[in-house]
Design a protein around this ligand. Structure first.
Ligand SMILES: [Zn+2]
Length: 236
């Protein structure tokens, strides 16, 4: 394999980054060209507008007919203008063109900065405002303990396991967003004991209590990873 592609990544990038820039004709033609080039490990193809017309979208032209060759020819030009293909030459055999993948087209794929898994495990979520908010989002705007609604204006962060050594654990596995009342009531009470208390007091139903116990397990085992938003600010 000379030029194999990471298919999953390409499909994601085509749909997430490229498709919003293309009209439906362009998408249809791009998919066709991709299938006969990069998917097969080559970059270039020579293809006629008649072939594209016959092999792609029926029902996209007038009254449910295929798009005309003129439309396809126009769309090849706009695809080139958008950087998706590079036309090498036109001849009697058709148009020779190179197909580019989303990450090869300048300015198309804009990934949020990724925090590696290891970094995530050690990040301080207590002293950073953006990361604090990521925990509020993770909790879906509800107190982790009693499930009442909380907002940016009235939430607090609670350490699930209180400090046991010289250094407090500020990682996402030990912090939850909660209401002020739960925070001040829980103090050093172990999580399960505090949840039982809320249940006995009628602040949690049996069902909710069980789900909170499961949430604690998920938290400790690292399954409740908060999502950090791109600090650079996504466009749109
Ligand atoms: Zn609460």
């Amino acid at each position: 394999m000379s030029d194999s592609v990471d298919l999953r990544k390409v499909v994601e990038q085509v749909q997430d980054f490229l498709a919003p820039r293309l009209d439906c004709y362009e998408q249809m033609i791009y998919h066709y060209l991709f299938r006969h080039t990069r998917l097969e490990g080559r970059r270039q193809i020579t293809v006629g507008t008649r072939t594209i017309q016959a092999r792609t979208g029926a029902g996209m032209g007038k009254k449910g007919s295929p798009p005309s060759q003129r439309v396809i020819s126009d769309k090849l030009r706009t695809l080139e203008r958008k950087g998706c293909i590079r036309i090498v030459e036109r001849s009697a055999q058709g148009t020779a063109l190179v197909v580019l993948l989303p990450h090869e087209i300048p300015g198309v794929v804009v990934e949020a900065p990724q925090v590696s898994k290891e970094d995530m495990e050690t990040l301080d979520f207590f002293n950073d405002p953006d990361r604090r908010l990521a925990l509020l989002r993770r909790e879906g705007g509800h107190c982790f303990w009693c499930l009442r609604g909380i907002t940016e204006a009235n939430y607090s962060l609670d350490h699930v396991n209180p400090r046991s050594g010289p250094v407090e654990d500020h990682t996402y596995r030990n912090l939850v967003a909660c209401c002020w009342e739960c925070n001040s009531r829980k103090q050093a009470t172990p999580a399960e004991e505090f949840l039982r208390r809320l249940y006995r007091e009628g602040l949690l139903s049996a069902d909710d209590h069980q789900k909170r116990v499961e949430a604690i397990e998920a938290l400790r085992s690292g399954r409740l990873v908060p999502v950090l938003e791109d600090a650079g600010g996504a466009s749109g």
